[in-house]
Write a protein that binds this ligand. Structure first.
Ligand SMILES: Cc1cc2nc3c(=O)[nH]c(=O)nc-3n(C[C@H](O)[C@H](O)[C@H](O)COP(=O)(O)O)c2cc1C
Ligand SMILES: Nc1ncnc2c1ncn2[C@@H]1O[C@H](COP(=O)(O)OP(=O)(O)O)[C@@H](O)[C@H]1O
Length: 309
């Protein structure tokens, strides 16, 4: 998948473009159906599947106070879209200037840069200044700009559309099984490994540490069985989300001990996929008690790991 971080005249590089439009935070099963449809249409016309989106959430410009926490960062979105078969991702900064475009200017922009044959969106997609551009306008006026619009139906769970909002709430509450069902894959953090207190290695459990930015949704503190993907390879992992209360404590962070692994991966990107919660994070009376518990955690994670073998 090619990635473009500014508006580029893709119509000069690719033929028969099909564009999917949306923020696709988390790339959940509703998003996946939109992207799959765009890929399917592109294959059918021997064309190119393009996702046009923003590198920052539009709300961060329009109404920062109402900005929701993000389920996934841009790295996660890239990986999921590439897996579905998207050929090109255009992810540009959403700015005040962009926000001021009328719906007609937005459609003219789509035409001049992409000349799409099809435009695919989800059910509540709006576009242009103040979100005034509607589905009906897309369906009705698309042909004036040379494309056919397709609006995908919502994917339902318990009779209601799956949405990023519902998934955020599930993750906040620690309802991992349901969140994973709505996501269509295990809740995943993709990020760069940072330095910690260098204590893990002395406990026999080195842990690759990842920051938890304020703007990101995270599961409640606790110990989780997970799968780690690094450099294209898959490993079993034990993750802890929390503040290490057994010691002097630290900023809330995500750390993961990777099974049968021994490499320096500081500054490398890893993917942590959450499979299930094992227990709460606790303050132990000393290192030995914590290490003994970590060995029991490893035993308790086996059933989750067998499922991903
Ligand atoms: C499987 C696992 C379970 C953990 N459980 C706890 C816990 O219950 N309480 C705690 O204080 N720290 C817990 N930790 C975090 C350790 O305290 C931490 O990994 C260790 O202090 C090393 O920190 P460092 O990566 O900054 O060197 C756990 C870590 C792992 C990998
Ligand atoms: N099996 C492993 N799991 C996690 N990290 C490992 C492993 N083997 C080696 N490492 C390396 O060691 C680091 C973790 O060791 P640790 O002592 O916990 O240091 P830190 O406190 O800086 O995280 C990781 O960032 C990684 O570079």
């Amino acid at each position: 998948m090619k990635i473009y971080s500014k508006l580029t005249a893709l119509s000069k590089e690719y033929q028969n473009i099909v564009v999917a439009l949306g923020m696709f935070d988390g790339v959940h099963i509703g998003h996946q159906s939109i992207i799959r449809r765009a890929v399917e249409l592109a294959r059918a016309i021997d064309g190119t599947a393009v996702v046009f989106t923003f590198s920052n959430h539009p709300m961060s410009v329009i109404a920062p106070i109402a900005l929701p926490k993000q389920i996934g960062n841009n790295l996660l979105r890239q990986r999921r879209l590439a897996e579905i078969g998207v050929d090109a991702l255009v992810s540009i900064p959403f700015t005040k200037d962009f926000a001021a475009k009328s719906p007609e200017e937005f459609l003219a922009m789509l035409k001049s840069y992409f000349a799409p044959r099809y435009v695919v969106t989800g059910p509540n997609y709006t576009f242009g200044a103040k979100g005034k551009g509607t589905q009906r306008q897309l369906l009705r006026e698309g042909k004036d700009y040379g494309f056919t619009a397709e609006v995908c139906q919502a994917i339902l769970r318990d009779g209601r559309p799956v949405s990023s909002t519902r998934i955020r709430a599930l993750l906040d509450l620690g309802n991992l099984a349901e969140a994973n069902d709505f996501l269509g894959y295990p809740f995943t953090v993709v990020d760069r490994v940072i330095h910690g207190d260098k204590r893990g290695r002395t406990l026999g459990f080195p842990t690759a540490n990842l920051a938890i930015p304020d703007e990101r949704v995270m599961l409640p503190n606790g110990v989780y069985a997970c799968e780690v993907v690094y450099d294209g390879k898959h490993y079993a992992g034990l993750a802890n989300i929390g503040t290490n209360p057994t010691f002097e404590g630290c900023n809330r962070r995500l750390e993961v001990n990777i099974q049968q692994f021994n490499q320096n991966i500081y500054d490398k990107v890893i993917e942590v996929r959450f499979l299930g919660k094992l227990r709460e994070e606790k303050k132990f009376n000393g290192i030995d008690a914590l290490v003994a518990q970590m060995h029991r955690d490893k035993e308790n994670a086996q059933s989750y790991w067998r499922a991903i073998e």
